[in-house]
Design a protein around this ligand. Structure first.
Ligand code: PLP
Length: 282
């Protein structure tokens, strides 16, 4: 198995991470996950632009252009023969003696990328899944795709312990996002999701759905909604790179509407599938 390590493709077994890597010690770094369908990257430019944006926000300078990274990823996917999967990209601030503060001049970022096989979760996508709600205890820069995922990890763990797919977070009374997905509600035909600000990660899938809807004249609103609105919605769904467009049919053991995936969600699912096929083939 090959991976990308600091700009070169190498065998995974030859790579060792330093115990003083700041990603390892402080979670000091950022990451991306890009979907591979039919051996092709889906919305790679959007993900790589966000990678650069996240890096810039925490003062990490990635020494490669988007084009260079994309070419490396394409080579990696071909070399590893991945058809359905993901590529994980991580950039840590690099290696230096342990100290909270950092010097950008003397520390070279550590850039890695590797692929994994991942099937489309067909059954969950067609039947829908359950979720819990949980207080959002994260910091105030959730727009940065940072390696600091402890609150997200604990939230997802609680969901899994309760046999649920996702933990939907709320701050005060506002629903923000899932532990690794964006949240949408449908009420009387109106489709709503939290605005893209510092309280959520502006999902690439979220942006794709918003743009498809805009193109087709399907009205969407980027507006805050409450946990009450979530529980009383006609339909609820999640979006994310590996989550795709996932119907939520039960929240906190309470059925959403009649407890089956709704027509708006199903329509958005099929439009999203068409978008994937238009880029990566059927
Ligand atoms: N919100 C959070 C906290 C996430 O971790 C993710 C993805 O992992 C998303 C939203 C969805 O983003 P994307 O559609 O870019 O995968």
């Amino acid at each position: 198995k090959n991976i990308i390590f600091n700009g070169s493709m190498v065998d995974k077994s030859t790579v060792h991470i330093d115990i003083e890597d700041r990603g390892y010690q402080f979670g000091d770094g950022i990451y991306e996950v890009i979907r591979i369908y039919n051996g092709k990257l889906f919305t790679a430019d959007e993900h790589l632009e966000r990678l650069i944006k996240s890096a810039t926000a925490i003062e990490i300078n990635i020494p490669y252009s988007i084009k260079e990274i994309k070419n490396l990823l394409i080579k990696l996917i071909n070399e590893n023969n991945v058809t359905m999967g993901i590529v994980y990209i991580q950039v840590s601030r690099g290696v230096s003696p342990r100290k909270h503060s950092f010097t950008t001049i003397h520390t070279a970022p550590v850039f890695i990328a590797y692929t994994s096989e991942l099937k489309i979760p067909k059954d969950s996508l067609s039947c829908g899944v359950s979720a819990i709600t949980i207080e959002d205890i994260r910091w105030l820069r959730c727009d940065i795709k940072s390696l600091n995922l402890l609150p997200n990890v604990l939230a997802k763990q609680k969901a899994v312990a309760e046999n649920c797919f996702e933990a939907i977070q709320y701050r005060d009374d506002t629903v923000t996002e899932g532990s690794s997905s964006n949240v949408w509600i449908v009420k009387e035909g109106v489709i709503k999701t939290h605005p893209a600000n510092n309280f959520i990660l502006n999902g690439i899938t979220r942006q794709v759905i918003l743009s498809i809807c805009k193109e087709l004249g399907i009205k969407t609103i980027e507006e805050k909604f409450t946990t009450d609105e979530l529980l009383n919605a006609d339909e609820v769904f999640l979006t994310g790179t590996t989550t795709e467009v996932m119907p939520i049919i039960v929240i906190n053991n309470h059925k959403i509407s009649t407890g089956i995936p709704g027509p708006v969600t199903k329509n958005i699912q099929s439009l999203f599938t068409l978008k994937i096929e238009s880029i990566c083939g059927p």
